[in-house]
Write a protein that binds this ligand. Structure first.
Ligand code: GLY
Length: 284
């Protein structure tokens, strides 16, 4: 069940029984839990498979895919708990090519290129990112949604691995001169783990001092991106649901994840929560 309005990634529930589906509808329509965003809904077929994020960049004439990424939407390990905006991501996602008999080129042909052709035929000018949320199923890849933006936390992982200068890509997009050569990635892999507040996604508890940030050294291969933080009197406080994105790049995904998990325990605030299994699907 999907709320038809904007809900910050919290508008989707997966229903395994009639009773819980009924409860969701009551929350949306009678209790107004998502306000106006939840007053109109979409009910979709439940798709079983593996989710990936296919993000392309277009200058309005052509579109080129970035590395395939994989988000982790559920709050807790092993994909348990409520849906969130995303608790962690990594790229490139390569294990799915053999497992689901797909490749980046055909996914782009199937899900990105037709959109650009269609918007051209409608004389709409669109230059920027196009995000296709896909479910890879045994009946082939299926489209879940399109967004006209990068994903969060997919972007953190992608930008860390991007070798090309993003400004050069944006310039080529604006000048409508984008080619595949503009988009180069480093070898290896990158990953991002999100630290969230207690109570996220329903009602995050905020206002707690974040400790340990200054003890961590950041460089080209390790960055902590701020999202829901507030700086007051030289101290950072958690100030939203998703608070920090701990992001690393290395020669392998295992090494990138080790670097993240070795450092993430140094960052603490009351009720902080993060998933400990980002990337687990590649081994499952
Ligand atoms: N991480 C999912 C999204 O940005 O929509």
């Amino acid at each position: 069940i999907k709320a038809d309005g904007l809900a910050g990634g919290k508008g989707v529930t997966i229903e395994y029984s009639y009773d819980t589906a009924q409860e969701t509808l009551q929350n949306l329509f009678l209790k107004n839990t998502l306000g106006k965003s939840g007053q109109q809904i979409v009910i979709e077929e439940f798709l079983e498979g593996e989710e990936v994020s296919l993000i392309g960049v277009t200058d309005g004439k052509s579109i080129f895919p970035l590395c395939l990424t994989q988000d982790h939407k559920q709050l807790n390990d092993n994909d348990n708990g409520p849906n969130t905006g995303g608790m962690g991501a990594y790229c490139p996602v390569t294990h799915v090519f053999d497992r689901w008999h797909v490749n980046l080129h055909t996914l782009s042909q199937q899900f990105l290129e037709p959109v650009i052709q269609y918007i051209q035929s409608q004389k709409i000018s669109y230059q920027g990112f196009l995000y296709a949320g896909l479910m890879l199923t045994k009946h082939g890849p299926k489209l879940l949604e399109y967004n006209v933006r990068l994903g969060d936390p997919e972007a953190q992982s992608l930008m860390m691995l991007l070798k090309s200068d993003l400004v050069d890509i944006c310039k080529a997009v604006l000048e409508q001169k984008l080619t595949a050569e503009h988009i180069q990635f480093h070898a290896g892999a990158s990953a991002c783990v999100v630290i969230a507040s207690d109570g996220y996604p329903q009602s995050p508890k905020t206002g707690f001092a974040i400790k340990g940030l200054s003890s961590i050294e950041m460089n080209d291969t390790f960055q902590i991106f701020h999202a829901g933080t507030l700086l007051k009197d030289n101290t950072y406080y958690n100030n939203g649901g998703r608070v920090l994105s701990v992001t690393s790049k290395s020669e392998s995904l295992d090494k990138a994840l080790s670097q993240i998990y070795n450092n993430i325990t140094k960052i603490t605030f009351e009720g902080n929560h993060y998933r400990k299994d980002i990337g687990f699907r590649r081994n499952s």
